[in-house]
Design a protein around this ligand. Structure first.
Ligand code: PEP
Ligand code: MN
Length: 342
């Protein structure tokens, strides 16, 4: 059982739709016209693996054929009236549309004092949201695992002082409950992208979710994980490309900017980029952040630390506050040419 979306050009007529439906039925599949689509769209379901997209592509009026995986994603562009804009903190910040949103902060909350120092710095430079992990998915069990609820409390204090909404990760169902109480955006990390039980829980919550792409996840798998959130009723989902594992050995990961373009084409969800984990090398973060803005994507999430050498996690990929401020100036200068609002 699979699904394929056949998207027609605006203004296509009933005859065009009927031709698509006939071809679907002729191939032993079912076809259904989607009622709420911006462009006329037919969802074709059944043994779609045997269908050639080109069989639909050649029909009059057909703009594109999206074969998105095994289940019916709500994410495809074209089915809903407009690309999603995700409201954060009661509309204080909006992610998506023509906005370019910048999330910045330390990898992990180390203490309230250090978080406040960094939060003030990123706020002054113009960040829109503050990031920081209280529950950390560390590769080694002997590394700092985060402050837990004390970290969330520190984030809340930083929000109270700076006014920046906070993004922080939930590691499992238990931490999700706590994170839900404090966070403005709940992060589901790369390692948990296919933790379907966690996705289902998060999908039931009334807070935006930032879903990072898994380290070895295909784009379809990433979108289908987003679908778990949407299917449970949470429409405020932000996708985050954070680099994938490849044979390219000089950086921690390979930031897959292709995937940003593809995900934007296949989905109406905002797509942001994490050049910090995507490269793992501080000197590569600014260039790749600029590249993300030039695509454009809907924003970036970058790690910033005022004492990278002493950081308890990911100091090697942290920007110093002054470097971050320079980056913000670059992004402002690029905005007119690239067509986004900062
Ligand atoms: C993070 O953003 O803190 C993080 C752990 O990222 P990822 O899940 O992408 O590794
Ligand atoms: Mn990190």
């Amino acid at each position: 059982m699979g699904i394929m979306f056949v998207v027609l050009r605006p203004g296509s007529g009933k005859a065009d739709l009927r031709r698509v439906l006939r071809r679907a039925v002729g191939a032993g599949c079912r076809g259904r016209v989607l009622a709420d689509a911006e462009n006329p769209t037919v969802a074709v379901s059944g043994e779609t693996s045997k269908l050639e997209p080109s069989g639909f592509q050649v029909l009059p009026g057909v703009r594109e054929v999206l074969a998105v995986g095994r289940l019916a994603p709500q994410a495809p562009a074209g089915r809903r009236p407009a690309p999603a804009v995700v409201e954060v903190a009661g509309g204080k910040v909006r992610i998506g549309g023509d906005r370019f949103t910048v999330i910045a902060g330390p990898c992990v909350v180390e203490s309230e004092k250090s978080l406040l120092r960094i939060a003030r710095g990123v706020k002054k430079a113009g960040a829109h949201l503050l990031r920081g992990g209280a529950f950390k998915p560390r590769t080694s069990p002997y590394c700092f695992q985060g402050l837990g609820e004390a970290g969330l409390k520190a984030l809340a204090a930083a929000r109270a002082e700076t006014g920046l909404p906070i993004v922080t990760e939930a590691l499992d169902q238990r931490s999700l409950e706590l994170v839900y109480e404090y966070a403005d955006v709940i992060q589901i990390g790369a390692r948990n992208m296919q933790n379907y039980a966690l996705l289902k829980e998060a999908g039931r919550l009334a807070k935006p979710i930032m879903l990072k792409r898994g380290i070895s996840a295909t784009i379809d798998e990433w979108l289908m994980s987003a679908e778990y959130l949407l299917a449970e009723g949470n429409s405020r989902v932000i996708l985050c490309e954070r680099g994938i594992r490849t044979f390219s050995g000089h950086t921690r990961n390979t930031l897959d900017l292709n995937a940003v373009c593809v995900a934007r084409g296949l989905s109406r969800l905002p797509v942001i980029v994490d050049p910090s984990h995507g490269t793992g090398v501080a000197s590569a973060v600014v260039p790749m952040a600029r590249a993300a803005a030039a695509l454009p994507s809907h924003g970036i999430m970058v790690e910033v630390h005022d004492r990278p050498g002493e950081a308890l996690c990911d100091g090697h990929q942290a920007l110093r506050p002054a470097e971050f401020a320079d980056l913000m100036r670059d992004l402002a200068a690029m905005s007119r040419v690239c067509g986004y609002r900062l």
